[in-house]
Ligand binder design. Structure first.
Ligand SMILES: Nc1nc2c(ncn2[C@@H]2O[C@H](COP(=O)(O)OP(=O)(O)OP(=O)(O)O)[C@@H](O)[C@H]2O)c(=O)[nH]1
Length: 297
């Protein structure tokens, strides 16, 4: 067998302080814009953010909830714990920094990375550095902080050196078969996108009034020709939150559903029938079934 073409697959986490270009990198690698832009830094709770399948590898990207190094309330601590837990079962970590900049926030993120995982140092935005030799002292300083399995300078916006990055990461993918079949993949990612779109509307309209524990669960996703029927529950902790999501006379939830549906129709290039309702689920974190359905195996 040609070992060059042997498929390898595994889980990859992209981490780094805000603004280093993680979303840009992911979008560039996966080729589909699935990281949503939202007013809140921490709306991402799902693990799988994108899947890239090449001839010889499948990279399953998992996201980690936002690293909040400035605020230390209980939820942020919980999120940092979430980060550590997520990273404990990925196969390789891409630690992204910005070329020429390594500050206390980068260090705080680096501290959360597991010792026993391969970590690739991804130096992004190298297009901003005209004289490349200026990077050498910077690289020396960052690599003194911990040992990295590789150092790859890239430009996410210009798509530079991404093949090299994937080739490095591929070495650490342990599985010799695809983790996700192609059809499963589209379904999963459409489902995922559907919940992200609803959540994006939810947080854009109500972000300040809702806790991050508010999630969206896609209960049914049916495809009939060019029509998608999507049944989604917004899961809140309390009755009070339910009333907020519904709004006066149902106005808020109607607006969320309408705007999300319009976005989905554009994205899927087809008709969407969308039903959204609110469910109160106190202590949902402890409900294993729900967690599994949200992607937290
Ligand atoms: N010049 C340059 N700019 C980049 C590059 N990659 C990302 N950027 C810019 O950096 C900014 C932040 O990029 P994001 O991808 O949103 O960063 P992020 O790490 O996902 O940020 P958070 O979501 O806040 O954690 C954007 O304005 C990008 O256009 C790059 O390779 N070169």
């Amino acid at each position: 067998m040609n070992t060059e073409k042997q498929i390898r697959s595994g889980y990859v986490a992209i981490v780094g302080r805000p603004n280093v270009g993680k979303s840009t990198l992911l979008n560039r690698l996966v080729g589909e814009k699935i990281s949503i832009v939202s007013r809140k830094a921490q709306t991402t709770r799902h693990r799988i953010t994108g899947i890239l399948t090449n001839d010889d590898a499948q990279f399953v990207f998992v996201d980690t909830p936002g690293f909040q190094t400035e605020h230390t309330n209980a939820l942020n601590r919980a999120m940092n714990r979430g980060v550590t837990q997520t990273l404990a079962d990925v196969d390789v970590v891409l630690f992204v920094v910005e070329a020429g900049r390594f500050d206390a926030k980068d260090k705080a993120v680096l501290k959360l990375l597991p010792e026993d995982r391969p970590v690739i140092l991804v130096v992004n935005k190298v297009d901003k550095i005209a004289e490349k030799e200026k990077l050498l002292p910077f690289l020396a300083a960052v690599t003194a902080e911990r040992s990295f399995t590789a150092v790859v300078p890239v430009s996410a916006t210009k798509g530079k050196q991404l093949e090299q990055l994937l080739a490095e990461a591929r070495q650490y993918l342990p599985h010799e078969e695809l983790l996700f079949a192609e059809d499963e993949l589209t379904d999963r990612s459409e489902r995922f996108l559907a919940s992200e779109y609803i959540r994006e509307k939810l947080f854009r309209l109500l972000g300040d009034e809702l806790p991050y524990s508010t999630t969206v669960e896609i209960e049914k996703f049916e495809v009939e020709g060019n029509l998608r029927r999507i049944y989604a529950a917004i899961v809140v902790d309390r009755d009070g939150h339910k009333a907020i999501v519904i709004g006066k006379g149902g106005e808020t939830i109607k607006r969320i559903a309408t705007e999300a549906r319009q976005d989905m129709e554009k994205l899927f290039d087809g008709k969407v029938y969308l039903e959204v309702w609110v469910k109160v689920k106190s202590g949902w974190n402890d409900d294993e079934r729900l967690l599994r359905s949200l992607g937290y195996e």
